[in-house]
Write a protein that binds this ligand. Structure first.
Ligand SMILES: Cc1cc2nc3c(=O)[nH]c(=O)nc-3n(C[C@H](O)[C@H](O)[C@H](O)COP(=O)(O)OP(=O)(O)OC[C@H]3O[C@@H](n4cnc5c(N)ncnc54)[C@H](O)[C@@H]3O)c2cc1C
Length: 466
């Protein structure tokens, strides 16, 4: 007899594990199936967490090299990459085991193995040593995430030609690293290896980095990264990548159609990710995909097969951990008969470089395209006392508000702790705040958040410190 569940979640990433916990909280007998051997998905194992760990410690290494300028004499600063990587692995282990603990606490059955559909109510789990288990379920949530895309005909070996996963585990600092793609993952990983000593070249097909980001911020971001020593080759197309004795040759055509070759030790291909639906046997049960091979769902995350739902990177929308988590909670509540909901207009996104870049809501380009009349409030960190006090005064806060109603439509921050500052604006937007509401809220002094208040004041041209 196969074990029966009220709900089964396939995939234990931020979408899946959060969904499983919420389902269990709501009283459903729940199981979660995960094939990688540890919970937390891409995010905890090979994404958000290890990358933020390396960003933090590479930044500390970089800062330590300049300590003497601040009057701190520490002798010669030396990198122990092996130790740095071990610390990163420890952070990953602690967090993934934390999720396992939460599963036990919430009495969720955790199956280690790859799940696939036998029928719409039966799931086959292929575990270690090809052990097969079949379970029965009333409802299933697919949360199988995404995997990195390579360029046509080029395979990752994760040593010389690497995806983000390989870039998180390099054994030594490359002398020269080529990053194909100027999106946030490439720039974060490029920053890590640049700070640790690599000469980094970013090759980007478009004329700007971080597509989708407010253009003014994206321009400022590239200027700052260039100043940090990262080289950019814009409107440049990669033709081929050949492995050579020690490294690789990346052949490109530049903006004038001239062939330019880059010799490097490591090439990181960071051109996007694709939904992971391969081994689910979806054809057998008739779950429909869209034109981008994502699972098609309606507003309640239901697929065309009524007892099967999907969330996270495997469906439409930004591939972000917090988006997956919120969808996980919403779908669990829907399954339990409640009204789960995600507000896609207010999903923040953050790039964890130094300085950080964060945004929420509409960009100027989007507002122009929609013919929305808007006002801009901008405030530079150069005039923020906290940022000046600690010599981290690059960047600015930009708030976009409706010209007539003053309602905040979007905000874009490049500067210290931008990823934390953006949350205030997200909350304000959820409550339908105007820029005046933010401007009239008392902010502690001296804090970076005063730059948010000043940007809000600046919407009506009444910033005090500029
Ligand atoms: C380098 C990097 C840095 C990132 N940094 C950030 C960041 O700072 N902030 C942010 O918000 N996002 C970040 N992301 C994106 C984030 O990791 C993803 O958006 C998020 O993990 C998606 O969650 P998910 O649950 O949809 O899928 P995933 O996290 O991909 O989890 C899906 C899980 O399903 C499992 N699985 C797949 N098929 C099966 C099967 N058939 N049976 C059982 N299990 C299966 C997989 O093994 C995987 O563990 C980053 C990604 C990368 C690669």
């Amino acid at each position: 007899m196969s074990e029966k569940f009220q709900a089964v979640v396939i995939g234990g990433g931020p979408g899946g594990y959060v969904c499983a916990i919420r389902l269990a909280q709501l009283g459903l007998k729940t199981a979660c199936i995960e094939s990688r051997g540890s919970l937390g998905g891409t995010c905890l194992n090979v994404g958000c967490i290890p990358s933020k760990n390396l960003l933090n410690f590479s930044e500390n290494y970089h800062k330590a090299q300049n300590f003497s300028k601040l009057g701190i004499e520490v002798g010669k600063v030396k990198l122990n990459l092996e130790k740095m990587m071990k610390n990163k692995d420890k952070a990953v282990t602690v967090l993934t085991q934390g999720v396992e603990f939460l599963f036990k606490k919430n009495k969720i059955t955790y199956f280690k193995g790859a799940g696939s559909f036998k029928s719409k109510n039966k799931i086959l789990i292929l575990g270690d040593q090809k052990k097969e288990t079949i379970i029965e379920t009333e409802k299933t949530v697919i949360s199988t995430g995404s995997v990195p895309i390579s360029l046509p005909g080029i395979k990752f070996d994760e040593k010389i030609i690497v995806s983000s996963t390989g870039a998180l585990t390099l054994k030594s600092v490359p002398k020269k690293m080529v990053v194909v793609g100027g999106g946030y993952i490439g720039l974060e990983m490029g920053s890590v290896w640049s700070r640790l000593g690599a000469e980094v070249h970013v090759i980007e097909f478009l004329d700007h980095i971080t597509p989708g980001m407010d253009k003014e911020v994206s321009k400022e971001f590239m200027k700052i990264l260039k100043k940090q020593g990262i080289n950019f080759h814009m409107r440049t197309k990669v033709e081929s990548i050949e492995k050579v004795v020690k490294g690789a040759t990346v052949s490109t055509f530049d903006k004038d159609g001239k062939k330019v070759n880059f010799e490097c030790d490591v090439v990181l291909i960071s051109v996007g990710r694709k939904p992971n639906t391969n081994k689910l046997n979806l054809d057998a049960i008739g779950v429909k995909l869209d034109e981008k091979k994502r699972i098609k769902t309606d507003k309640s995350f239901q697929t065309n097969v009524s007892n099967i739902y999907a969330i996270g990177d495997v469906i439409e929308g930004p591939m972000l951990a917090h988006k997956a988590e919120d969808e996980g909670i919403a779908v669990a509540e829907n399954i339990a008969g409640q009204s789960g909901h995600v507000n896609y207009d207010i999903i923040p996104s953050v790039v964890y470089t130094t300085p950080e870049v964060a945004s929420v809501g509409k960009t100027e380009e989007q507002l122009k395209k929609a013919n929305t009349k808007y006002k801009i409030g901008k405030f530079s960190f150069l005039a923020n006392s906290r940022a000046k006090a600690i010599d981290e005064a690059e960047g600015f806060v930009k708030i976009l508000a409706d010209e007539t109603t003053d309602r905040v439509l979007g905000a874009h921050i490049i500067g210290p702790h931008a990823g934390e500052l953006i949350a205030e604006i997200g909350v304000a937007m959820e409550f339908g705040a105007s820029s005046e509401d933010i401007a009239r809220t008392c902010h502690a002094h001296p804090t970076f958040s005063e730059a948010v208040k000043e940007a809000a004041l600046s919407v009506d041209k009444r910033a005090i410190h500029s």
